[in-house]
Write a protein that binds this ligand. Structure first.
Ligand code: 5AD
Ligand code: SF4
Length: 495
């Protein structure tokens, strides 16, 4: 359910309605913690500069990757950089010096394809300055538009869908030879099998691991089942091996990723494994301190997964569980196949086993046919649950989805509802943060903070925590007493 940049829904005619700051979800955050677009190139300093370089060869070619959208795309960008590393590329943060530019696109926001075309237009001068520059469009817009991109954007050299990134080096060679390859297939082979084993492409001690892709839920507003395709789970043994490998390379926290991650049902010994079983097995990996997963559908929260929140200390007390609306009428129209009461019961069961569970979620306001009473039911649900960091979105039609056929509400209604939901959410978020002041939390330190001598890490509840202290290193897991709540972070001292 997760492919967004929340800020984008807030723009209307170039103007932002009054917006109370809500931090983007962590899977969208990467240094320097901005909202979209995420510059994957900028985050790829971890790839050593010699990576993929053959000393006998001419200087390596440079790759710039620009990533839009969700954490899944960030992960895919890292894999593409690794694949191109095997073909002699190093990453750059400067598109002007790149020999290849990849736009890793997201289709979940409104007019996504149009935005990609205008971004491509902006790349024209670079292509004019360097005719050898190869431009690739990847991701969900590539999947949705396919060869149409080559027709509309003559500067594009290749188009690659999310399932065939392992073929990127071969496609790049084809493009250098004068071709314009397009590959938006869903091939039978596992793309993960083909990626070269390079240095770890992740950030410090917290890593992501994609365990499933695609979605079979077909929520009426959502493009994911069309762009990412049917739900496919990766085999459990592979994932266990990758998790062990990450830990051997210093990772202490793993977030299992998937568009509908709790639908995971990978092959394994003694029948298919569920997400709960995978989490239980990973919790046994020595040196792995923390596990998280995102993002989930309420109907796939099975009994064992709920129990795992109570009995797996490594499973962090934070859950992103989107409900989208608090109105049963709207939930039905959205094809969510659960009621608001089902969701509330689920939250109750989760909190019964893990009382300090921090909840996050997604909400769509102004879905076609939503009445004032429906919207108030959403506000009511938000009040009853009490969220740490939920994400409100203004409905907008995605071509090809069932909801796109339905009459839309006036924009003024959407803006007004979004504003009211944001106000409530901001209030809850501030309360959740302030409640941490004076408490002791465990922080996994990830990297230096903005101030000299400061280190930034994440609490169990996924709050960003800054501590100024000597001798702290990335990967340290330390107890911290929270002394202050700031806009989007907490400050504390070591205990
Ligand atoms: N309009 C508005 N929000 C949407 N989302 C998905 N599709 C749409 C749409 N057409 C939101 C949902 C989902 C999140 C990733 O993006 O809330 O959970
Ligand atoms: Fe999430 Fe529904 Fe979209 Fe699947 S179809 S990714 S469950 S919003």
């Amino acid at each position: 359910s997760r492919l967004i940049v929340p800020g984008e829904t807030l723009r209307k005619g170039g103007q932002r309605p009054p917006f109370l700051p809500v931090a983007p979800p962590f899977w969208l955050q990467r240094p320097p913690f901005s909202a979209a677009p995420i510059e994957a190139g900028a985050g790829m300093g971890y790839l050593p500069s010699h990576f993929g370089q053959d000393p006998a060869m001419t200087p390596p070619r440079k790759l710039f990757v620009k990533t839009y959208g969700c954490q899944m795309n960030v992960y895919d960008s890292e894999r593409m950089a690794e694949a191109m590393g095997g073909a002699g590329y190093v990453t750059t943060e400067n598109p002007a010096e790149a020999d290849m530019i990849v736009l890793n696109t997201c289709h979940i926001r409104e007019k996504a394809a149009e935005k990609v075309y205008s971004e491509l237009g902006r790349l024209k001068p670079l292509k004019a300055a360097n005719p050898e520059l190869k431009i690739a469009v990847a991701g969900c817009v590539a999947q949705a538009e396919g060869a149409e991109i080559l027709r509309r954007a003559p500067m594009v050299d290749l188009v690659v869908g999310p399932q065939t990134y392992h073929r990127l080096p071969q496609m790049e060679a084809e493009a250098r030879a004068g071709g314009r390859p397009v590959d938006t297939e869903f091939p039978p082979e596992d793309k993960f099998d083909h990626l070269p084993k390079g240095p770890r492409a992740g950030r410090g001690p917290a890593a992501f691991l994609t365990v499933q892709e695609g979605c079979d839920k077909f929520c009426a507003f959502c493009v994911v089942p069309y762009t990412r395709g049917a739900e496919v789970s990766r085999p459990a043994a592979r994932l266990m091996a990758e998790a062990r490998d990450l830990v051997a390379r210093g990772v202490r926290e793993i977030t299992l990723l998937g568009q509908n991650v709790n639908a995971y049902h990978g092959e394994g010994d003694a029948g298919p494994w569920t997400l709960a079983r995978l989490l239980r097995a990973m919790a046994g990996i020595e040196g792995l301190a923390r596990l998280r997963y995102t993002t989930s559908h309420p109907n796939d929260m099975d009994d064992d997964l709920i129990a795992a929140h109570g009995d797996l200390p490594a499973l962090m007390p934070y859950l992103h569980l989107p409900v989208q609306s608090g109105s049963d009428r709207v939930l039905k129209a959205m094809n969510r196949r659960h009621t608001a009461a089902d969701y509330l019961r689920l939250i109750e069961r989760l909190r019964a086993v893990r009382p300090d569970l921090a909840l996050s979620g997604d909400f769509i306001v102004g879905f076609p046919g939503e009445t004032e009473a429906d919207f108030e039911a959403t506000l009511d649900l938000v009040r009853r649950v009490g969220y740490h960091s939920p994400f409100p979105f203004k409905y907008s039609a995605r071509p090809g989805t069932p909801a796109a056929e339905r009459p839309v509400l006036p924009d003024s209604v959407l803006d007004e509802r979004l504003y009211r939901l944001q106000a409530l959410i901001a209030q809850q978020q501030r309360a959740a943060q302030s409640a941490m002041v004076g408490r002791e939390v465990e922080v996994l330190f990830e990297k230096p903070g903005r101030m000299a001598g400061q280190m930034m890490g994440k609490s169990e509840h996924l709050h960003a925590v800054n501590v100024t202290a000597g001798g702290l290193a990335a990967g340290d897991l330390r107890r911290v007493r929270i002394t202050e709540s700031r806009t989007n972070s907490l400050a504390g001292v070591l205990v």
